[in-house]
Design a protein around this ligand. Structure first.
Ligand code: C2E
Ligand code: C2E
Ligand code: C2E
Length: 88
């Protein structure tokens, strides 16, 4: 591929995110809440975020973007299709 962006769209399952223990989900939950607040988007069950945001979150979690998306799939926060978003 010519670009550096993963193909899959990042769509966070907010219900699953809320159900996770805070020590795992904390940074992502705060990030998602900040985006909801900036958009005024409070009523969704899911939240689409920027690909770029996954890179920022990967730095916060001290993981590669690919490993973080894998982790989020394991937690049920991202759908399994998001696994193709590997690029390290
Ligand atoms: P989609 O992107 O596959 O999203 C499907 C549904 O998931 C949306 O239905 C909405 O209920 C939910 N959803 C996805 N992302 C978010 C989010 O960040 N916040 C919230 N609150 N809900 C979200 P909806 O709204 O009826 O939209 C249907 C389709 O219309 C979307 O399918 C997408 O293809 C298009 N669409 C809606 N809004 C936008 C937008 O802001 N930009 C673009 N490019 N497409 C949009
Ligand atoms: P902004 O980046 O200056 O974007 C201004 C407006 O452009 C957004 O207002 C939205 O209507 C539109 N927009 C920008 N990029 C996209 C995009 O990729 N898809 C769609 N569908 N629309 C886009 P909005 O939604 O009220 O957001 C206000 C501000 O909140 C944004 O200003 C940005 O600073 C922040 N923000 C919102 N969502 C995100 C996000 O997912 N990630 C990041 N990093 N910032 C976000
Ligand atoms: P989307 O709205 O379908 O946008 C798909 C891609 O088109 C975005 O991927 C981005 O690369 C590009 N794009 C769309 N609108 C803009 C824009 O105003 N400015 C720029 N520079 N690029 C734009 P990306 O960034 O990975 O975002 C994925 C999805 O996250 C978006 O899908 C949208 O559902 C959501 N999103 C991202 N930023 C915002 C935002 O500021 N406000 C809202 N409401 N949704 C956003």
């Amino acid at each position: 591929p010519s670009g550096s962006e993963p193909a899959a769209k990042i769509v966070i399952n907010l219900e699953r995110l809320q159900a996770l223990p805070a020590e795992k989900a904390g940074p992502l939950a705060r990030y998602a809440a900040a985006i909801q607040s900036q958009r005024g988007d409070y009523n969704g069950k899911v939240l689409s975020i920027r690909n770029e945001d996954l890179r920022s979150l990967a730095i916060i979690y001290d993981m590669t973007p690919g490993d973080l998306s894998e982790q989020l799939v394991e937690w049920g926060v991202l759908p399994p299709e998001a696994r193709v978003a590997r690029e390290d």
